[in-house]
Ligand binder design. Structure first.
Ligand SMILES: Cc1cc2nc3c(=O)[nH]c(=O)nc-3n(C[C@H](O)[C@H](O)[C@H](O)COP(=O)(O)OP(=O)(O)OC[C@H]3O[C@@H](n4cnc5c(N)ncnc54)[C@H](O)[C@@H]3O)c2cc1C
Length: 894
């Protein structure tokens, strides 16, 4: 826009009195522009305050050579107006900075947004005025602003990080920052140039700088994974998907994990052969698309270090092939973080640039920079003379621009800097307790930088503006999250962060790039689609976690936490709910068995172990099948007699196979899973008596089965936990077998249904109260139910083997499991409990699906090993061990 027009508008508000608006929007990038558009449509007055001289945000400031987006431009666009979508055509798969800036200018013009923006105006302070329930903003230029609502659309990557090297001021040559590149360009021809940093901006600019400069020296501290962009026209397959059904395409993006419409992968790495994995990798490599390679290889690439390492190795192979000098190639290969844990980059000729004679790589791990001098850069090994230094050192990400407005003073004079002294706290990444009417777009605690930000920005803006309009319509003037809601969100953030591998990298996602910054994973790792559904749930549950206040003491507070489930449990339960399955108890026993069998076919089968051997053993009333799961290490191993779940009605000796395999790997022990008889064909006490007889027979035939003679252990899940508990009581009372310990996972222990967990979790968590009623009715008549062989809590619990009892928060059986553990402990039995927060009845059985169940299984395995007199973990030195680093990380995390 012509500078004259900007100046004219500034003077309109420069008369000293505060500019009065409903909403102050700080920033005029993707977020600020859309905010202004939506606010106007909602009938709210707004002013945009922007430090830059025009719209564009990121794309206004980052004008370095090679600057482009790295999400395909057809996806990295506004989608709120179908006419806008067809009015603009991108020229490339990854548009350049000038083109994206032109696009944002086009949007500003199309919706006449500049008239509400004060450019060259920085917000320096913000204060909530309790008396008027308004924010007072101080600006660097022109009148202050008084606004009912204060929205920071200040960007996640908009506060460049200052260089941390001594002597920058002494340098006599030219200094540039990629994040603040001069608008009229820089002539580097014939100059000796240094680029410090090898993040995204450096990787984009280095090949172009090398083409111009006499010599380019690249100073690298940490190598990043970079993949070829294969830029060109937008790929025809993506274009036809978009053009085929634009609405569906955009909707799929909104519901996806990263904001780009790709399906969820379900196949895990170890289900694929080497050739299949390579084929998938080569396809992803050729696609030149970050989201493709980050999400489409195999399901465990982002959640398991083993699954991730396969990708890393394949990428390192590519780097080795692209760079001629082996030492340079080795230095360029990332080896300190999982792929995707840091933001990977897209490159065009980046690795090949290091084959040029005028390019040198300085590995700062071997020769750190000592100082910048008048003539160049001094490392621990040498002086390098340069004419130009380009700092590509990144940003104080996510919180930098927010904290740069200082102070932001909320209710009771609280400063945001103080509230965030230990790291950012928020509710949904959008709001902060103690700061009424304060909103952040893509703030810390939202998917933001882990997503296609165009999609996240639109979702945030829509949510915020809809809330402001609803607040106004309901006659309230202020909105603020509650302490409970915020604490719950922080807990949910922490739960999510345990699922992915981001926590294993030093990255700007965690603040590790800024000296002195408190470290912690700032973006929400639970995914764009799930995040959207949570924001919607807050609204559908009556603004859950928000306090609304208005004139004359009007107030509404619906306190609570929006997500109490573990993130993957929530996903699984939502998926199950979306299938609208009939209740299992309505299928009849035969139908339910067929359903479970079918259901189990779709799950990951479990990782490779040693031998699996089937057999039969003599039960009290005929042969019983069993399946032996052996570790891959040489035996003999201690024997665990295992009883599967299924309410005494469903399942068999193979139905808990993923759990058995996982526990075999983690314990290094042999599991013998027993196929006991089922109701209604065989009612009480058939299952209990079968279980006991099987344990006795297995103990007596341990050597023959390939196990270690001596005491056995027993374990079981659900009804299997019931049989395991009963077996221990019967073994005590009937003279053996000798049992060294019992693992009871969500066991049935009693026949009353009035404990709180039966009511709290009656529906919605897969195992329902009515399903339990059905199981009980099929298995056991009311007259028999107090028999300890089905209600072990009613029996004598003294003198039992040591126990590890696992209960899940969202399980009808929770309280009876706890009651059994407490009763045993009171009777002097050594008992440990795992009360699994946020988990449901099937959490631990759904191996490789409920990732957050892994730490619990680590603890179970350690308990079994303790009972068997073994050290807690399978030895790392055991070369045959299949316990993966991923499991170790899970163990450490637990
Ligand atoms: C080089 C680069 C490439 C990127 N590529 C992609 C990509 O491909 N895909 C993707 O999803 N994301 C990408 N991003 C992230 C990008 O930041 C977002 O996609 C998006 O542009 C953010 O828009 P925004 O409006 O939230 O913030 P910004 O675009 O950062 O705009 C914030 C604005 O707020 C202004 N501001 C800040 N503080 C104040 C203040 N106190 N007073 C007044 N004004 C203030 C700033 O001047 C700035 O103009 C990239 C980022 C960079 C740096």
């Amino acid at each position: 826009m012509p500078e004259a027009m900007v100046a004219a508008r500034e003077s309109n508000v420069a008369n000293g009195t505060a500019q009065q608006v409903d909403v102050a929007v700080v920033g005029a990038g993707f977020a600020g522009l859309y905010l202004l558009h939506r606010l106007r449509k909602a009938g709210l007055t707004a002013v945009g305050l922007e430090e830059a001289g025009d719209v564009g945000g990121t794309w206004y400031w980052n004008r370095y050579p090679g600057a482009r987006c790295d999400i395909q431009t057809i996806d990295y666009s506004y989608t709120f107006d179908p006419e806008l979508e067809t009015a603009w055509t991108w020229s490339e798969k990854y548009a350049t900075q000038p083109e994206i800036l032109r696009y944002l200018g086009f949007v500003a013009d199309r919706y006449d947004l500049r008239r509400d923006i004060r450019f060259k105006t920085k917000v320096t302070e913000a204060r909530w005025d309790e008396a008027t329930a308004r924010w007072q903003l101080t600006t660097s230029n022109g009148a202050p602003v008084s606004a009912r609502h204060y929205i920071m659309a200040t960007g996640c990557l908009s506060a460049p990080k200052p260089p941390e090297i001594d002597g920058v001021k002494d340098f006599k040559g030219e200094v540039y920052f990629t994040g603040r590149w001069p608008h009229d360009g820089v002539n580097l021809a014939g100059k000796r140039v240094a680029v410090i940093g090898t993040g995204s901006s450096a990787i984009q600019s280095i090949p172009l700088i090398a083409e111009q400069a006499a010599h380019l020296t690249v100073f690298q501290r940490t190598p990043n994974f970079a993949l070829p962009a294969h830029n060109g026209p937008a790929p025809s397959d993506r274009m036809s998907l978009l053009q085929g059904d634009r609405t569906a395409y955009r909707e799929q993006a909104r519901q996806s994990m990263a904001g780009v419409p790709y399906p969820q992968q379900t196949v895990v790495s170890w289900q694929l052969s080497d050739a299949e994995r390579r084929e998938r990798f080569e396809r992803a490599w050729a696609a030149g698309d970050l989201v493709h390679i980050l999400t489409q290889l195999w399901a465990d690439q982002a959640v398991d270090v083993d699954g991730n390492k396969i990708v890393q190795d394949l990428i390192r192979e590519k780097i080795r092939a692209a760079v001629s000098d082996p030492e340079t190639a080795a230095a360029l290969m990332p080896d300190d973080h999982p792929f995707g844990a840091k933001r990977p980059c897209l490159e065009t000729n980046y690795y090949a640039t290091f084959n040029r004679p005028n390019v040198t790589l300085v590995n700062l791990r071997q020769e750190p920079i000592k100082a910048i001098t008048a003539g160049g850069i001094t490392t621990a090994r040498r002086n390098i003379d340069v004419d130009v230094i380009v700092f590509a050192t990144g940003f104080d990400a996510m919180t930098g621009a927010i904290r740069a407005v200082h102070p932001i003073t909320g209710r009771g004079g609280k400063s945001l800097t103080d509230v965030w002294a230990q790291g950012p706290q928020s509710y949904l990444g959008l709001t902060v307790e103690g700061f009424p009417n304060f909103f952040m777009i893509t703030g810390p605690g939202s998917p933001s930088v882990l997503s296609n930000m165009a999609v996240s920005i639109e979702q945030h803006v829509d949510w915020v503006v809809d809330r402001l309009a609803a607040l106004r319509d309901a006659g309230f003037t202020a909105i603020e999250p509650t302490e409970t809601a915020q604490a719950g969100w922080n807990r949910h953030m922490a739960d999510c962060s345990m699922v992915t591998l981001h926590r294993l990298a030093n990255t700007w996602y965690t603040g590790a790039n800024v000296p002195g910054k408190v470290q912690g994973l700032m973006p929400y790792t639970g995914g764009v689609g799930p995040y959207r559904s949570i924001c919607d749930e807050v609204v559908s549950r009556g603004m859950l976690g928000f306090k609304l206040t208005g004139p004359d003491g009007a107030a509404q507070c619906n306190d609570g936490e929006v997500v109490k489930l573990q993130p993957d449990v929530r996903l699984v339960l939502n998926l199950l709910a979306s299938l609208n399955l009939p209740p299992i108890e309505s299928m009849g026993a035969i139908g339910a068995r067929a359903f479970v069998e079918e259901f189990n076919k779709g799950r990951p089968a479990g990782r490779p172990i040693g031998d699996i051997v089937d057999g039969t053993l003599p039960g009290p009333d005929g042969p019983l099948p069993y399946r032996v799961y052996k570790p891959s290490t040489s035996g003999p191993h201690p024997v665990v007699v295992y009883f599967h779940g299924g309410g005494w009605v469903l399942g068999d000796e193979q139905s808990d196979e993923p759990f058995c395999r996982d526990m075999v790997r983690r314990t290094g022990m042999m599991f013998v899973s027993v196929g006991y008889r089922h109701a209604p064909e065989h009612r009480f006490p058939a299952a209990a008596e079968d279980g006991y007889a099987a344990a006795r027979w297995i103990a007596e035939h341990a050597t023959e089965l390939g196990g270690k003679p001596g005491p056995v252990l027993v374990a079981g899940w659900s009804a299997g936990g019931n049989i395991a508990a009963v077996t221990c009581q019967l073994a005590r009372d009937r003279g053996g077998p000798d049992i060294a310990g019992q693992l009871l996972v969500c066991p049935v222990t009693d026949c009353t249904f009035d404990r709180p967990s039966y009511n709290d979790n009656a529906t919605g968590y897969f195992l329902t109260r009515s399903l339990m009623y059905w199981f009980w009715d099929l298995y056991c008549s009311p007259a028999d139910r107090t028999d300890p062989r089905v209600s072990p809590l009613r029996g004598k619990v003294a003198g039992l083997p040591p126990a590890y009892v696992v209960t899940c928060e969202f399980d009808p059986l929770r309280d009876e499991g706890i009651a059994y553990a407490e009763a045993m402990a009171a009777a002097g039995v050594p008992v440990e409990q795992l009360r699994a927060r946020g988990h449901f009845h099937s959490s631990f059985a759904m191996v490789d699906v409920i990732i957050t169940g892994a730490p619990g299984r680590v603890q179970m395995a350690q308990a079994l090993r303790r009972f068997a007199g073994l050290p807690p973990e399978v030895s790392r030195d055991d070369e045959h061990s299949h316990v993966s680093p991923g499991h170790r990380i899970a163990a450490a995390a637990s």
